[in-house]
Design a protein around this ligand. Structure first.
Ligand SMILES: [Ca+2]
Ligand SMILES: [Ca+2]
Length: 335
């Protein structure tokens, strides 16, 4: 980021010529062992957002979820072998880019010493790039096998280990109500880096925006709900989508190239590390995820539900005509 800071009004970096800051992973929380500070929950964004086609309608981001590190479980009612609980979600670096490094591990750790380690597996639906199966006897309950025992809060933490360094995510956002239930699934999205004001957007990313925009702005001006460049996307949306919040010409958009006999050919700019899906509607109220095909990588007749972008490029997709009523609009979702 040195080149950004030296120039108060630099030209936007050209993704084609050099890596953008979001590709530069520079974690700033480094720790290890027993002295790690506790994870700090915040209202970070678990959401996807969309842009509509063939209409002016836009979707709204889903609500944000507060999380807490300590979870209350009312009762122990499982006898071994209870099915494991699954923790899963998106791990992002401090520039918002979902991570896919081979040497990254997500570590689930309890106070009783249970440790479960998983590798990243990017490209799944919903932008999911990690998944951990937590056995119900993993130590998150003091005495799981005593029926009807009242359980105290369940302390645990998630770490991210990259090479020899350990990082604590600044963000754990998700629906924690099901956590601890056998066979349940809980999404916990994680972000690395420092988040001084706890709004879910790392300081490093805000510093990049401040450097690019100049004009005496500070981090405090980079509010998640602000639309700094007037392109219709908020700061938080541009952070998630990987677009530049200082450039009105850089935004998530979906264009229609052809629409013939119910078959749509659409186009958007995919950004590496992001996972995209397409939804369609026939009444502008109910939206359904629809299969599509990416001609440059998919065989004729193939269909997929998500597209994981491994490069920054203009991407054409085909949405086949379905059996029922024809859609009046499509929208693009990204995580
Ligand atoms: Ca914007
Ligand atoms: Ca923008």
């Amino acid at each position: 980021m040195r080149f950004l800071i030296q120039n108060p009004n630099p030209a936007p970096p050209d993704r084609r010529l050099k890596p953008t800051p979001r590709r530069r992973f520079k974690p700033s929380i480094v720790s290890g062992g027993q002295d790690d500070p506790p994870l700090r929950p915040n209202a970070a964004g678990v959401f996807s957002f969309f842009f509509s086609l063939l209409s002016a309608a836009k979707s709204r981001p889903a609500g944000f979820a507060f999380v807490t590190l300590f979870l209350l479980l009312p009762l122990a009612h499982a006898f071994p072998p209870a099915p494991p609980h699954t923790l899963y979600g998106t791990l992002r670096d401090e520039y918002g880019t979902p991570m896919s490094r081979d040497d990254a591990r997500v570590v689930f750790e309890t106070l009783s010493g249970t440790k479960i380690v998983t590798r990243l597996a990017p490209g799944r639906p919903g932008g999911i790039n990690y998944e951990i199966l937590v056995p119900m006897d993993a130590g998150i309950t003091p005495d799981l096998y005593r029926p009807n025992a009242m359980l105290p809060s369940v302390p645990f933490r998630l770490k991210v280990v990259i090479g020899s360094q350990t990082f604590l995510p600044i963000e754990m956002s998700g629906d924690m109500r099901e956590l601890g239930k056998p066979a349940g699934r809980t999404r916990l999205d994680l972000t690395l880096g420092v988040d001084s004001d706890g709004d879910g957007i790392p300081d490093a990313w805000k510093d990049m925006v401040v450097a690019m925009m100049g004009g005496g702005l500070t981090r405090a001006d980079i509010h998640p709900d602000a639309d700094l460049d007037g392109d219709g996307m908020t700061v938080r949306q541009e952070y998630i989508a990987g677009t530049y919040p200082w450039d009105p010409n850089d935004r998530l958009s979906l264009n229609i190239l052809h629409y013939i006999d119910g078959k749509a050919t659409l186009e958007f700019v995919a950004i590496d590390g992001r996972t995209y899906h397409i939804e369609a509607t026939t009444d502008m109220v109910n939206w359904q995820v629809v299969p599509f095909r990416v001609p440059v990588v998919d065989a004729p007749g193939a269909a997929r539900s998500v597209y994981f972008a491994n490069a920054y490029r203009r991407t054409e997709i085909e949405v086949p005509s379905g059996d029922g009523e024809r859609p009046v609009a499509y929208r693009l979702g990204v995580r």
